[in-house]
Design a protein around this ligand. Structure first.
Ligand code: KDG
Ligand code: MG
Length: 402
């Protein structure tokens, strides 16, 4: 079965998504997500101008060889644009292979390791009480794990607090919105949030929190210590990850579990954190880490060190990524948890999918492939709209991490 056509589809049913569609000479097609939030068109060009022609005529079943061809063959290895492009090709080819085999993708990966995939939902509010009420709502909806983020007194905005109750969309403007950040105010506030949540709900649910790269290593250690009594499932991205040695320092001080990796692209980014057991959950997912083929390598390395997966699942990853990730999660022996942020209704209509939520879990579905498709006619009704993530500055104007 040969690759006959390669098409890149850009659509914005509320937010931008880039989808790669590969069709074979036997009429089977597969799709992959290539969305890189705020830099979408860079991946579109990479795929259209530099990848599509190289794929036509190749054996669609040679997934590993095509992965190596695109990775080794471009000379300029790694990076988010390259790896998102490779990830989309890889996902589309696994979709095709599983469809051709008449199997759901998880069967092809090695079969089912669990009945369902535990997910965490996103509770947020302008203050602690609003966040607490949102946590109550997620518990009522059946979630067993909930991420909690709250507005911080004295700060106009902070990461993870949604204006809408169920949907979160930080890429909100054609030029980046500028927010003001205060580490002092944040560090003072977060332990109070989790104190209230444990007082109200006890310890029967997993609670998570995303620091979103904001702290220095020592501040992160301090936050980890102050959250220990509340037994978080994880504290995510406490400090920027470029300097992986920082995690040695954080680890020396706190037993609060750590989750890192949503901005990693390859196993090389993860290697030291995994082999030195500096984290507890690895957050890489299908789209940004080179597809199913490469994500498996990362998961296998993590498994050697008893580190579990916690795939990134924000809404800037399309339902195609979610579908593929759920098949991966269903298989991965060292699966930990899957992030689940609801896509808006128009997005779900553009990307009809098999996966379903029930009792705190997502189920990948049983149809052949990864179970997600794209309605191209509908997608065409939502043209690309420029949208950027915000940036952060300190009170004196210094640029900070968002
Ligand atoms: O595009 C950026 C988002 O994917 C990121 O801000 C979401 O940190 C995130 C998370 O944990 O979902
Ligand atoms: Mg995050």
């Amino acid at each position: 079965m040969k690759i006959a056509a390669v098409k890149v589809i850009v659509t914005c049913p509320g937010r931008n998504f880039v989808t790669l569609k590969i069709t074979t000479d036997q009429g089977v097609h597969g799709i992959g997500d290539a969305t890189l939030n705020g830099r979408e068109l860079a991946v579109v060009s990479y795929l259209q101008d530099h990848v599509a022609d190289c794929l036509v005529g190749r054996d669609a079943g040679a997934i590993e060889d095509i992965w190596q061809y695109l990775y080794r063959g471009c000379y300029w290895r790694r990076g988010p644009v390259t790896m998102a492009a490779i990830g989309a090709v890889d996902t589309a080819l696994w979709d095709i292979k599983a469809k051709a085999a008449g199997m759901p993708l998880y069967e092809l990966l090695g079969g089912r390791s669990r009945r369902g995939v535990m997910v965490y939902g996103h509770a947020s509010g302008r203050d602690i009480e609003e966040t607490s009420d949102e946590v109550a709502r997620y518990i009522e909806l059946g979630y067993r794990a909930i991420r909690a983020q709250s507005g911080v007194p004295g700060m106009d905005s902070t990461y993870g607090v949604s204006a809408d109750r169920m949907y979160y969309e930080p890429a909100d403007a054609a030029l980046p919105t500028e927010n003001v950040w205060s580490t002092e105010k944040y560090l003072d506030h977060v332990p109070k949030l989790f104190d209230r949540l444990r007082e109200r709900f006890g310890f029967g649910h997993h609670l998570l929190h995303d620091v979103h790269h904001r702290l220095t290593p020592m501040e992160a250690a301090r936050l980890g210590i102050s959250l220990e009594d509340y037994r978080l499932f994880w504290m995510e991205d406490p400090t920027p990850v470029e300097n992986q040695e920082a995690f040695r320092l954080i680890r020396k001080h706190t037993v609060t579990p750590l989750a890192v990796g949503e901005i990693f692209n390859t196993v090389w980014d993860c290697k030291d954190l995994l082999s030195e057991q500096l984290i507890d959950y690895i957050r890489t997912t299908v789209t940004h880490a080179g597809g199913i083929t490469h994500l498996r390598r990362i998961a296998d390395l993590a498994a050697m060190y008893q580190i579990r997966t916690g795939c990134h699942g924000a809404t800037d990853l399309s339902p195609v990524c979610m579908g593929a990730a759920l098949h991966f999660d269903t298989w991965a022996p060292n699966f930990g948890i899957q992030e689940y942020m609801l896509h808006t209704e128009p997005t779900d209509e553009v990307f009809p999918h098999d996966y379903r939520f029930s009792e705190g879990e997502l189920h990948a579905g049983e149809s052949p492939g990864h179970g997600v498709d794209i309605d191209e006619r509908l997608a065409a009704k939502y043209p690309y709209r420029k949208a950027y993530l915000p940036v952060n500055r300190l009170r004196d104007g210094t640029m900070w991490n968002w």
